[in-house]
Each structure stands twice: as C-alpha cells, then as structure tokens.
Write a new protein. Structure first.
Length: 62
C-alpha cells in the first residue's frame, strides 16, 4: 500500500517534524498529482503552519 508521510520543516530550529501519515486510496492514478497530495498536507497541518514549509515522502507500507 502506498502512503504519504507529511513533515513540517521548522526554519528556525532546522528540524523536521512528522505531522501525519495518509494512505493513498484513489484508484485512478491520473488524479494523483503532487498538487493533490499537498492539498492533503494543507488539510492536516492546520491554519498556523506555512504551507511552503510542508513536504511529503511517498512510502510503501506492507
């Protein structure tokens, strides 16, 4: 199963914090884009986080 680990990069302390892991559930691979994945990251990060400091890593979960 494919999942995405979302991280927040703190520019001041130079560290990264895991903010969430979301599984990919879409069957249509044409709908899976970097923009659509980042929209998920925006939703789980909350309103106090600068979106430009969020990134994700695609992982495979057994």
């Amino acid at each position: 199963m494919v999942a995405y680990e979302f991280y927040w990069r703190n520019v001041i302390t130079q560290c990264e914090k895991l903010i969430g892991i979301l599984p990919e559930r879409r069957k249509n691979s044409e709908r899976i884009t970097e923009e659509s994945i980042m929209n998920w990251g925006k939703e789980i990060s909350g309103s106090g986080v600068d979106v430009s400091e969020i990134f994700f890593i695609r992982v495979t979960v057994d």
